[in-house]
Structures are given as structure tokens and as C-alpha cells.
Design a binder for this molecule. Structure first.
Ligand SMILES: Nc1ncnc2c1ncn2[C@@H]1O[C@H](COP(=O)(O)OP(=O)(O)OP(=O)(O)O)[C@@H](O)[C@H]1O
Ligand SMILES: [Mg+2]
Length: 320
């Protein structure tokens, strides 16, 4: 299936390989958490299709379903099976990550599945001393087997997301271009900042990616401009359009590039993977941890507030 994808997308794949030869890439198990505590913003769609697009670029890719909803698991065609070794068993330290990894239909893409029993880990681990480090510790043993490990987080800043953010090298934040978009994300940014000062000093922001984008609306364009001013170069150039193929693919148990490789949705996630790989190879953007607000372009008017966490800027623009 992998070569099917490669043949259908020869130019894209050759381009990825030319720009990011793995020999010089020298990446080993970069862990990217796809997180936003707001529900339904496209975390799972992004996690599945980004992980699949890495695999299609012949980069060894692992998707870890960290959400009790198990949508990544179902979306890759696996029934929710309580007997299967899953993320739950990694968090309770009842199994190794090696035991949990399963192959998918797409060559180069592996999955650690989830099950709704994972919700119990939130409670079961409450008293455990190393409760925030369970996933990080579990993934350590298999990091070297993958180039990218993508974590699909639940829509909450709970212990599961915390485990993902402690295990991660960086966070990819999917966002919709809508009213109050920033308001929802401020709590996540605060959490990332706190983690940098405690459990995970190296945690970076991979980027903010706009999802379900409808460029026909003025609002979307207006919000995008505003987000660009807030996030600077942390706002990724690749924008994921609203595309019905992306919504349909999970019901066939496939990433979009196996369901309809010519769709705008599949193509946009291939571009996102490519952009992330390019940025990682570019020393200017692979930098020491910095807060998103520090990334704001210096050309911003001086009278703008430094702290955007309450989303006031966005509201003001939208109301005008
Ligand atoms: N670009 C897109 N175009 C069309 N539909 C999309 C797109 N991205 C996501 N969807 C659909 O929107 C819904 C929510 O997406 P998704 O499940 O990826 O969000 P989520 O953030 O993971 O949700 P949750 O917070 O519940 O985990 C799904 O039905 C999905 O198929
Ligand atoms: Mg989800």
C-alpha cells in the first residue's frame, strides 16, 4: 500500500526525499503531541493524517492513541478491543511499548491503540509518584525504532494529556479559525509553560495548524491574520481545508492518503508533514524553547498588549 501511495504521489515523495534526506536528517524518535483541550478541532484527523504522511515520505512513523475515545484507533481500522495491549497498559506499567505496537495497512505506519478503559488511568494513577512520566518512560524503549512519534491527545488538560506533554519533544496545536480561538488555547499554552519550568524543560511548540479551514469566509481570513500576528512563525503555512474526504476516511479505517490520495485533504496533510520536516531541518526554526508570545513579529504595533491569553485582541478585531 505504501508503494501505491508513493506511485500516486511521485512528485511529492521525491520532493520530500530530496529536501529531507534521512541520512542528513538524523532524527530519532521525535515525539510530537497533537493537543488542544477544546473538543472537535481536528486533533485526531491531524494525528492520523500527519503520522500517515510521515510514513508515506518513508519516515518511520508511530501514532499513539492517548484518548479514551480511541478515535485514532478506530480511524485506522482497528476495533476497540479491551484485550489488546494499549496505551492503558503503558500508563499502568502492565506492558511494554514494544508489546503494544501494531502494524497498520500503511507500510511504515505503526499504532499503539487505545480503549475506553484508558479513562480509568486518570483515577488509578492519582496517587502514583511518577504518574506524569508513565508514557515518557514507556516510549523510551521504542524511540529509536521510529523517526516521528505522534500522540493524539484527548480534549482535556487531564493526566492523559499531561503524560503526552511530558513525553513529547514538541506540541502541535490544531485550531479552527473562529471566534475566541485564542481563548480556548491560552490554558494549553499556560500548561506548556508550566511544564517547561517543571517536568519537561525541552518542550517546544512545533506549531499551530489551522484546520477545517473555509477560505470563502471573511471571518476565516480575518482570524487567520490575527493568529499570524499572535503566533508569528509558529503559525504553520500549511492550512488544512475543510474537506469531506478527511471526514469520510476514518469510517473506512484508512488515513486519507489511502482513501483518496488526490483529495485536497490528503494533499494538505502531506504538505504539513513536509513543512514540519523542512522546519526541523532549518536551524533558524529549530531553536531553544520559547513561548509563543515571544514569537510574535517585532513589527507588531507597540500599543498591543503583550499577553494575548485572554483572546481580547481576537475579539476586538472580530467585532470591528
Ligand atoms: N479538515 C476537515 N474537513 C472536514 N472534516 C473534518 C476535518 N477535520 C476534522 N473533521 C471532522 O470533524 C470532526 C472532529 O474532528 P476530530 O475528531 O479530528 O477532532 P478532535 O479534536 O480529535 O476531537 P476530540 O476533541 O473529540 O478528540 C470529525 O468528525 C472529523 O471527521
Ligand atoms: Mg480526537
Amino acid at each position: 500500500m505504501h508503494h501505491f501511495a508513493a506511485l500516486r504521489f511521485p512528485r511529492t515523495l521525491v520532493y520530500i526525499q530530496q529536501d529531507a534526506p534521512l541520512s542528513s536528517f538524523n532524527i530519532m524518535g521525535i515525539v510530537i503531541a497533537v493537543a488542544n483541550q477544546k473538543g472537535g478541532v481536528g486533533k485526531t484527523t491531524t494525528a492520523i493524517n500527519l503520522a500517515a504522511s510521515f510514513a508515506a515520505a518513508e519516515v518511520r512513523s508511530l501514532l499513539v492513541d492517548c484518548d479514551p475515545q480511541a478515535n485514532s484507533t478506530g480511524g485506522l481500522g482497528f476495533a476497540r478491543d479491551p484485550e489488546r495491549v494499549s496505551t492503558y497498559h503503558l500508563l499502568t506499567a502492565d506492558a511494554s511499548a514494544g508489546q503494544a505496537v501494531i502494524a497498520t495497512e500503511l507500510e511504515g505506519l505503526s499504532l499503539i491503540p487505545s480503549h475506553k478503559n484508558l479513562i480509568g488511568a486518570n483515577i488509578e494513577l492519582v496517587g502514583a509518584e511518577d504518574r506524569e512520566f508513565r508514557l515518557r518512560n514507556a516510549l523510551e524503549s521504542i524511540r529509536g525504532q521510529f523517526d516521528f512519534i505522534v500522540l493524539d491527545c484527548p480534549p482535556a488538560l487531564d493526566l492523559l494529556t499531561l503524560n503526552a506533554l511530558v513525553a513529547a519533544d514538541s506540541v502541535l496545536v490544531p485550531m479552527q479559525a473562529e471566534y475566541f480561538a485564542l481563548e480556548g488555547v491560552s490554558e494549553l499554552l499556560d500548561t506548556i509553560e508550566r511544564l517547561r519550568q517543571s517536568f519537561n524543560p525541552g518542550l517546544m511548540i512545533e506549531g499551530v495548524v489551522l484546520t477545517m479551514y473555509d477560505d470563502r469566509t471573511n471571518l476565516a481570513q480575518q482570524v487567520t491574520q490575527e493568529l499570524k500576528r499572535h503566533f508569528g512563525d509558529k503559525l504553520l503555512e500549511t492550512i488544512i481545508p475543510r474537506n469531506v474526504r478527511l471526514a469520510e476516511a476514518p469510517s473506512y479505517g484508512k488515513p486519507a492518503l489511502l482513501y483518496d490520495v488526490r483529495s485536497r485533504g490528503a494533499e494538505s496533510y502531506i504538505r504539513l508533514a513536509k513543512e514540519i520536516m523542512h522546519r526541523r531541518m532549518n536551524p533558524v526554526t529549530v531553536e531553544a524553547p520559547a513561548t509563543i508570545t515571544e514569537q510574535a513579529p517585532s513589527t507588531a504595533p507597540a500599543d498591543e498588549p503583550e499577553d494575548f491569553s485572554n483572546g481580547n485582541q481576537l475579539k476586538r478585531v472580530n467585532e470591528s
